[in-house]
Structures are given as C-alpha cells and as structure tokens.
Design a protein around this ligand. Structure first.
Ligand code: FAD
Length: 461
C-alpha cells in the first residue's frame, strides 16, 4: 500500500487543473483515471488534413482561472481566439439563416423578434424583478422580454450550450450571471450597462466573452496541463475505484492490470460526473447520494463533417443555431474552419453539428445509418450544398453529455456541501455543480486545489 496526501479521481480538465496546481505547490498527490488517457471529453483528432474535436470545440474566456491557466502553460500551448472577422452568429427562422443583430439599427430591423416584443424590450429596465428563485428560464425571459426573444434568442442559445430546455433549466443555477443581473440591478439591460461602467482590476479584465480554443486543438491544453502536473503523478486504467473511510483519512482501492492496489490518503478530490459517485463513495448514505445522482443529463450526438471543397453557403461566421420551434432534426452547425486556423485543407470546410438534446432525446436512438441520412438531408437543406460528399464523417455519441441544472440543483449543492463538512478531507467536484463550461471547470479545478491545500487566497500565484 502506498500513502499519498491527496488522491484526485479523474483526469479531465477539472482534475488536470487541480493536478497542475498541486504540482506547482509540490504537493504529495496522485491522479487515478479509469481510461487509458487524460483529457476526459476533450480529445482532438487529426485526420486527412482535418483537425477536429470529439467533445467540446470552443469555450468562452468567462473566468479568470481559464485565462490564467492558458498564461501558465503558454510555453507548451498557445491560446487561440476565434477570428473576429468571422464573428457572425446565425439563427434559423422559417428555414432561413438570420444574423443575430449587434447594433441598434440591426436590432430594429431584424425579423427574428416581433415588433411588439421589440417595443416591450424598451420597457425591460422598468419591469419589476422576480421573486421566485425557482422560476424557469422560459418564465423569466417571457416575463422580462417576451415570447419571441425566448423562441429566437434564448431557446437556440440554450440548445447550443446545454442541449437543453428553457422550460426545465432554472437560471439561479444554470445561468447565475443572468439571474444576478435581475436580482442585483433589477434589469438585464440596465444591469449590463451598469456593469460595463464598473471599474475592473487587472484580474477581472481577463474575463471576457471571447471565444477560445488552443492552437492545434484543445488536446494541446490538456497535454500541457498533463506535462505541468507531472506525468509520474498519474495512474491510468484504474478501474472499479472504491473509497472507504478509515481511522485517519481514506482508503482508495482500485484495479489496475488485473491487480488490486490500495492507497492511503488524507484527502480525496472527485472530478467525475455525478452518476459515478455512488460507486466511488459507498460510505455516503443512499438517500443523501440520491440527491446528487438524480441530476438529469442531456444525451447528444456530435457529428463532424469535413469537406475538401466547400461549395455551400458562405461560412462567414461562428455558426448557426436552430430554435426548437423550427422543428428541424439538428440543433445547430458550428463553422469551425471559418474562425479557427488550420482546421480544414485550403478551400475545404470543417463543420460540427449536434443532434438530440433533452427535447429531441429520441433521436439519440437512431442507428449510424439513420443519423447519416438525417445529416445528409439537413446539411443539404440548410447549408446550400447539392452533393453530400464529405471526406470526413464522424459520429460521437454521449449518453450523459451535459448536466441540466433544474429545480433540484439547490438541494444538490447543499447536499454536497453537507457531505464535505461531515467528511473532512473529501472534496466532491465535477460538473454537477459550479457550471458546465470549460471556463467553469478550470475555476473549480483551481478552487478544489486551493481548498485541499488549505491555502489562503492566491498563495499559489
Ligand atoms: C459533447 C460535449 C460538448 C461540449 N461542448 C462544450 C463547449 O463547446 N464548450 C465548453 O466550454 N464546454 C463544452 N462541454 C463541456 C466541457 O467539455 C466540460 O465542462 C469539461 O471538458 C469537463 O471536464 P471535466 O474534467 O469536469 O469532466 P470530464 O472531461 O468528463 O472528465 C472526467 C474524467 O473522469 C474520469 N472518470 C469518470 N469516472 C471515473 C471513475 N469512476 N474512476 C476514475 N476515473 C473516472 C473520466 O474517464 C474522465 O477522464 C461539452 C461537453 C460535451 C460532452
């Protein structure tokens, strides 16, 4: 049996970020990963001149922590920001792509929203703030902005980020920044304007809405973190991990190459999906664990298309999202080669599209052949190509892709906190709390490391 101060479970972006900070602090730690490699859902592939992702494609520099992570590994991995000249975002309305307006004139002219709702929007700053913390996103947006903003702005955005349903997601948990704009400033518009004028320190200036990837693909970020965390601090193919409480801390049992191994640890950090926790932490009472594992996930199919010669519509933007109301079988298209470098051969195009999500969950049951037919039809209809002849056609299925922060989230967050309080040295991370995006994961990974090391703020900087 070996002894370690800290055991981290999982080597996705969250676990890698914690490991990066542990190594920086010379901590005594080990990462156990059930798969044979690191990165979790972040996996970049190069094939036939295309560079594509199996999982997340781009993130938003929405936390200080993700910006600083890139700064800290800059020698090994270069941050790539989306090309600003291809920054249009499209929404499908009655079968036609409409650009999301940016300025006032565009906002007045756009056919995406009704005239009535455009006038209603002028009164948004004067509307009373909501009092129900469990109001759904759909209710909140209808109340403040109107049905057409829900249908043709928020709904497609939610399909793009959560593959989810605004009637299920609760903004207090799923979109806390938006929720707080209303709670703190009384208005989305007024709050955004006031926030824009607030003085920012150097750290908060790093938080932007800029879209990022890494040069050569997101795996270059996880590769750099793996290196900075120290490759010797990882054990892969660690199966059937079970943790029990012992006199002084925890005993971690796992299988590796047919052998059972044990680690005695003072502190445990889990970074897995919530549904893994029941097996990992059998000492947690079942009724408590159920409040964490009842978290609903969206099933999603991600399809990557690579064309050697693109002859469809002009790919002059970030991509197009498809509102549920349009009743199509695709959630949206990302025009990756138009805003990231070296994704496709010259004159070619790399597109990624998504199918399924919580509102069209049944599509996840289609066979690969059925998916191919569906994608061919939708791509011809919506992307203006006559011949469907992609050089690259990849299907990635995720049974539990994106957690849906609904009304039970408050209880889940409280339960995690309570379990951590009653089990000293246990830190339950992962995307069941603190946000779903890569920027959130980097923030949580760093916070977990700080908490486990009981460092006072910024002592690692
Ligand atoms: C299809 C898809 C598309 C996405 N798109 C975006 C996007 O465009 N932008 C964005 O910001 N975010 C996106 N996300 C979310 C983003 O990918 C995640 O927030 C982030 O990468 C998750 O990192 P993680 O480390 O928390 O989890 P994971 O990447 O899931 O890593 C968890 C790790 O733990 C390991 N593990 C699990 N159980 C055990 C166990 N019992 N024992 C040992 N190891 C275990 C897993 O093998 C894995 O390596 C997307 C997610 C998916 C699935």
């Amino acid at each position: 049996m070996i002894k370690k101060n800290i055991v981290v479970i999982g080597s996705g972006l969250t676990g890698l970020t914690s490991a990066h900070y542990f190594n920086k602090a010379n901590a005594d730690f080990i990462v156990l990963e059930k798969k044979d490699t690191y990165g979790g859902v972040i996996q970049t592939v190069t094939e036939n001149g295309f560079v594509f992702e199996n999982g997340p494609n781009t993130g938003v520099l929405g936390t200080v922590e993700i910006a600083e992570l890139f700064e800290e590994v800059a020698d090994e991995c270069k941050l790539e920001l989306a090309d600003e000249t291809s920054n249009k975002r499209y929404i499908l309305k009655t079968g036609k792509w409409e650009a999301i307006p940016s300025g006032l004139i565009g906002g007045i002219k756009t056919p995406l929203f009704t005239l009535k709702d455009k006038f209603r929007l002028l009164l948004e700053p004067f509307r009373k703030k909501g009092t129900n913390p469990h109001e759904t996103l759909a209710e909140l947006v209808k109340r403040r902005m109107g049905q057409s903003f829900l249908d043709y702005a928020v709904d497609p955005f939610i399909l793009g980020v959560y593959s989810g349903d605004p009637n299920y997601l609760v903004p207090k948990y799923a979109l806390p920044k938006l929720y707080n704009l209303e709670q703190d400033y009384g208005s989305f518009i007024g709050g955004s304007i006031k926030k824009g004028f607030e003085k920012k320190d150097d750290q908060s200036k790093k938080v932007t809405r800029k879209v990022f990837s890494a040069e050569g693909g997101l795996s270059n970020l996880t590769k750099a973190l793996f290196k900075s965390a120290g490759q010797e601090n990882f054990i892969f193919n660690a199966g059937n991990i079970q943790i029990s409480k012992v006199d002084k801390g925890y005993l971690v049992k796992y299988e590796n190459n047919g052998q059972i191994s044990e680690i005695q640890a003072d502190k445990i950090i889990t970074t897995t999906d919530s549904f893994e926790l029941e097996n990992l932490l059998p000492f947690i009472p079942k009724e408590k664990m159920a409040k964490i594992t009842n978290l609903k996930y969206a099933r999603v199919i991600e399809i990557v298309l690579g064309f050697e010669n693109w002859e469809g519509i002009e790919l002059d933007g970030f991509g197009g999202l498809i509102p549920f109301k349009e009743n199509r079988d695709v959630l949206g298209f990302l025009f990756l080669s138009s805003f990231l470098k070296n994704k496709a051969p010259k004159n070619g195009a790399l597109l990624t599209l998504f199918v399924g999500g919580t509102r069209k969950d049944y599509l996840n049951d289609l066979s690969d052949d059925e998916i191919k037919k569906l994608v061919e039809k939708e791509t011809k209809d919506l992307m203006g190509i006559k011949e469907f002849n992609p050089k690259l056609f990849k299907i990635f299925r995720y049974k539990k892709a994106i957690p849906q922060y609904g009304v039970t989230s408050g209880e889940r967050f409280d339960t995690v906190e309570e379990i951590e309080k009653t089990n000293k040295g246990l830190y339950i991370g992962g995307n069941h709390k603190d946000g779903i995006g890569m920027a959130d994961r980097a923030k949580q990974g760093k916070t977990l490391a700080y908490n486990a090391l009981q460092y006072i703020s910024n002592s690692l900087d």
